[in-house]
Design a protein around this ligand. Structure first.
Ligand code: TRP
Length: 348
């Protein structure tokens, strides 16, 4: 296809926390929009395993999810030659900058972070010590995220609404650094890009609420066919009889169909919409259509995914090369920061 987007292009960066198996909602809401951005931006995408460590305690699980998320992005079409794609913990430069920026970040800023405040409020409500179960990783989470963003000189950060505050914190932290050291080095100040949810990029899950691993209502992407069919049958519908006209926009299976289907199946979506509105199409038939479209589109991805998940697959090479590219980029920024703050150039 086209050339790699490199110098001159703006940098788009996002991190994916490996805390579960990828599901349909991730593909529609995060992966596809991020892949579209690779056409216009110098794109940097990574698996945030350090961030996952704030909540995961099982090493096997962490390894499995990290591999699975990486394989999913590649199977979905991420081109590692045109992007910088890596595992966060393969880049020790991130860790070093994390300390430096921790020393320049006000504790009060962390006290006000949404995720930490929510954990405290829950404890207080339950009559527990406010900091019960809160580890320092959770507390410092926004600083590490700022480092992820700043060390790659990111211009834009595509994230869900729940991550907006974190990107604002990254901009704040960059601002504090630039204020003190700006004569020696200035960080680029990043901006968030939030998906336009009015355009319907949130997929309903198995209970009709937004599909999310925190609601435990997801349809995992790479299920065997039979299991996929079983889950599709569980998507809630109302009791409107077959012959009656139906409103597609309030139907969870239709909304999934509409948002998931690629251009190849646009005609199926339109045909289904008309048939529901006209009456005569029941929910059971709609679910069959949904299953067919999902299965047809996912099958080739599933095959690629399964191959990548094999030990010793191409995935290992892709991640090793990605780590090297990421370290080169991060190293250039880190050495300037070290110089700017007085960690290098002492004895000459
Ligand atoms: N905190 C993000 C999440 O929970 C993951 C993440 C880590 C991230 N570092 C990042 C996102 C940097 C954007 C930029 O989903």
């Amino acid at each position: 296809m086209s050339q790699a987007v490199t110098s001159g292009a703006k940098v788009s960066l996002t991190g994916i926390k490996p805390t579960g198996e990828p599901h349909l909602g991730n593909l529609v809401g995060a992966i596809r929009p991020a892949l579209t951005l690779t056409e216009a931006y110098d794109s940097v995408y990574f698996i945030a395993d350090y961030h996952a460590l704030t909540s995961l305690r099982d090493p096997k699980e962490l390894r499995q999810y990290t591999r699975s998320v990486a394989a999913t992005w590649l199977a979905a079409g991420l081109d590692p030659k045109r992007t910088t794609f890596y595992v966060q913990s393969d880049v020790p430069e991130i860790f070093e900058l994390n300390w430096a920026l921790s020393c320049m970040t006000a504790k009060g800023l962390m006290n006000r972070a949404h995720a930490y405040k929510a954990a405290r409020d829950k404890n207080v409500e339950a009559g527990e010590d406010p900091d019960a179960g809160v580890n320092m990783g959770l507390y410092n989470y926004p600083i590490l995220m700022a480092v992820d963003i700043l060390i790659m000189e990111s211009d834009v950060v595509p994230v869900g609404r729940d991550q907006l505050q974190h990107v604002e914190y990254a901009a704040d932290i960059a601002g504090s650094f630039n204020h003190v050291y700006g004569k020696n080095y200035t960080f680029k100040v990043p901006e968030a890009i939030v998906p336009d949810e009015s355009r319907g990029q949130t997929l309903p899950g198995l209970d009709g609420r937004k599909m999310s691993k925190s609601y435990d209502n997801t349809i995992p992407l790479f299920l065997p066919e039979k299991k996929l069919l079983k889950l599709v049958r569980r998507i809630p519908t109302d009791s409107t009889p077959v012959e009656e006209p139906k409103d597609p926009s309030t139907s969870a299976p239709f909304r999934i169909l509409e948002q998931f289907a690629s251009a190849d199946h646009a005609h199926v979506v339109e045909d289904t919409r008309k048939r529901l509105e006209a009456g005569g199409m029941g929910w059971g038939e709609l679910k069959n259509v949904l299953f067919e479209v999902l299965n047809t589109e996912i099958a080739p991805l599933r095959e690629r995914y399964d191959a990548l998940m094999e030990p010793g697959s191409e995935l290992d090479t892709v991640l090793a090369e990605g780590a090297q590219k990421a370290r080169d980029r991060a190293g250039r920024v880190l050495s300037q920061v070290r110089e700017a703050i007085g960690l290098t150039g002492v004895a000459r």
